[in-house]
Design a protein around this ligand. Structure first.
Ligand SMILES: Nc1ncnc2c1ncn2[C@@H]1O[C@H](COP(=O)(O)OP(=O)(O)OP(=O)(O)O)[C@@H](O)[C@H]1O
Ligand SMILES: [Mg+2]
Length: 312
């Protein structure tokens, strides 16, 4: 088709090129020139700068980067929990204007209702889609079965281990039948063995359900084990610095030599971002120390506490 801007006879406004519309809707998520700034006492701070990212349906994408680089902020923009200051965030070609059941978020700490049992927690997510109580219970048990917790259906969150609670959270998120699972360091609080089991389980669930998954982690090994693509974010400005396609066979385990080799390469890249933060922090501290020498020690304490918040 000839690429010409068509004009609407009625409104005399240009209609987008059909090719452009197709290109935009072909991606499950499409972020273009996303900018996010936060204001604080220290002034306005740019956290994400001109982030561009396309994610295909059914893709498993991992985001890694030093603490404070904007991983959660980017996930929140996709979740509709935070609106970018500029740029466009599209899902299936439509603007993301707020949160929705099509995008389920799983956080570091499983946010389960403590007064509901495991199966009731999952049922909660099914309330609007299945009216019949028996059918709802059956479906909830099916989702608990997917995370191998059907036996613990009657247990309350405080009776479950951290890993089990996180599996209930995954079952509950799946029960919403979202298009996209947004996972923000879901295994960060777990011990290594539990995490390794869940890494295999998440890959299996992803393969069985065909969901699009966007997974934030500090752990590069975890990212390589899970992702079709690993996106490395950097700081100042917060943006995607490098994209690595992971073509290793699945299921992948963290202890496999190929996984470890690729993780090491990515880590080398991330190291320079981490060094950058360390350098900036120490330059900043040195400047503040000099200022404090001028007789204002409170100022030093205040600023150091804020910069430490970025951590690494
Ligand atoms: N609501 C907010 N108000 C002000 N600043 C914020 C807000 N949310 C995030 N920030 C700042 O934006 C930056 C990025 O935060 P974000 O939580 O996205 O980082 P992150 O990469 O997820 O870090 P971590 O790995 O530690 O979770 C940080 O410097 C943080 O202090
Ligand atoms: Mg975060």
């Amino acid at each position: 088709m000839e690429v010409t801007a068509l004009k609407s006879a009625v409104f005399d406004t240009p209609i987008p090129y059909p090719e452009t519309v197709e290109a935009a809707t072909a991606h499950k998520i499409s972020l273009k020139d996303i900018n996010v700034r936060f204001s604080s006492k220290q002034g306005v701070r740019s956290v994400l700068e001109n982030v561009n990212l396309n994610i295909n349906a059914g893709e498993f994408v991992c985001l890694v980067g030093p603490s404070g680089c904007g991983k959660s902020t980017l996930l929140n923009v996709i979740a509709g929990l935070h609106r970018a200051d500029s740029g466009s965030a599209l899902k299936d070609g439509k603007a993301i204007t707020g949160p929705g059941p099509d995008r389920a978020v799983i956080f570091q700490e499983a946010a389960l209702f403590p007064w509901l049992s495991a199966v009731q927690n999952v049922e909660f997510a099914l309330k609007s889609s299945i009216r019949d109580k028996k059918a709802r219970r059956a479906k909830a048990l099916e989702y608990l079965g997917m995370v191998h917790l059907a036996r613990f259906a009657a247990s309350y969150p405080h009776e479950l281990s951290g890993g089990m609670r996180q599996r209930v959270a995954i079952a509950r998120a799946l029960a919403l039948n979202p298009d996209i699972l947004l996972m923000d360091e879901p295994f960060a609080a777990l011990d290594a063995q539990t995490r390794d089991i869940l890494l295999i389980e998440v890959q299996r669930i992803w393969q069985e359900t065909g969901k699009t998954i966007i997974f934030v982690t500090h752990n590069v090994l975890e990212a390589v084990a899970l992702g079709d693509r690993v996106l490395c974010m950097g700081v100042r400005p917060g943006c995607i610095r490098q994209e690595i396609t992971v073509a290793l066979p699945r299921p992948r385990a963290v202890e496999e030599p190929e996984t470890a080799r690729l993780a090491k390469r990515i880590m080398t890249h991330l190291r320079s971002e981490i060094d950058k933060i360390v350098q900036e922090e120490s330059d900043h501290a040195a400047r503040e120390l000099a200022l404090a020498g001028d007789g204002d020690p409170d100022r030093l304490r205040h600023t150091t506490a804020n910069t430490m918040g970025d951590g690494i």
